[in-house]
Design a binder for this molecule. Structure first.
Ligand code: URA
Length: 243
């Protein structure tokens, strides 16, 4: 159940003040009865809500996962470059999805998109960012001193201070990196600061979510269980180093 005025805003009937005026003017009907009270709770799936006689559908809340290929910028529009929005099948095009955070043009892997502004805000809020796991191929080989420096929190050449992060060497020129923030070119800059410039970067996980076999360039909605886990992760404080 949601408030009628919220439903009307979400359905595109107007801004909050326009919706107030529309309600006051008696232009909204719930199951055929005029309704002027915006605070009334309605179940849009169970009743018919009309504006001037036209049925309002509401916009379903959507959270989708994209396996981003290299070559697409994370933006809703760009004059020159291909954006991740072009990878969405037509059925997703009108849902007003927005990327949650950003992957660089060259970075591949897990990118969430949602039309739930509140969830988006929580997921990218600096106080509540969920851990993100990256696989990197890079020059050099990560050593214990690099692992310690990541754990302590790196300071980059321009003075940017990074939160403590996990660096797990996987072999010569390969590492897994887990960070809880999304600064500009964060992982690439962190690795470069330890003389290990990154040649290839893939995000493999975000909080409880993994690509789980989703092929490169494909999109799928999160399952109910994934959504539940994501909501939980976005509401809990993170301590990476307790892992
Ligand atoms: N860190 C980076 O440097 N690039 C990304 O795309 C994501 C994290």
């Amino acid at each position: 159940m949601i408030r009628l005025d919220k439903f009307l805003c979400d359905s595109g009937a107007g801004t909050r003040s326009q919706v107030k005026a529309i309600l006051r003017a008696g232009r909204i009907q719930v199951d055929g009865q005029a309704e002027k009270d915006g605070s009334r709770k309605v179940d849009p799936a169970a009743c018919q809500i009309t504006l001037d006689g036209a049925v309002l559908g509401g916009r379903p809340r959507m959270v989708v996962m994209l396996n981003k290929p290299a070559g697409f910028v994370t933006a809703t529009e760009d004059r020159q470059q291909k954006t991740v929005m072009e990878l969405l099948p037509p059925a997703y095009q009108h849902l007003e999805l927005k990327p949650v955070g950003r992957l660089d043009k060259a970075t591949e892997g897990l990118l969430l998109l949602t039309n739930d502004g509140e969830l988006l805000h929580r997921l990218i809020s600096p106080r509540q960012e969920v851990p993100k796991v990256y696989y990197a191929r890079h020059q050099g080989t990560a050593a214990d001193a690099d692992v310690d420096a990541f754990r302590e929190g790196l300071t980059l050449a321009d003075g940017t201070v990074c939160l403590p992060a996990l660096l797990e060497p996987l072999g010569p020129g390969e590492s897994r990196i887990t960070v809880c923030e999304g600064k500009y070119h964060q992982v690439r800059r962190m690795m470069a600061s330890r003389a290990m410039p990154v040649a290839y970067l893939e995000r493999q996980a975000e909080g409880p979510l993994t690509l789980d076999g989703l092929s490169r360039g494909s999109v799928r909605p999160l399952t109910a269980q994934e959504l539940e886990k994501l909501e939980l992760a976005a509401s809990l404080p993170v301590n990476l180093l307790e892992k």
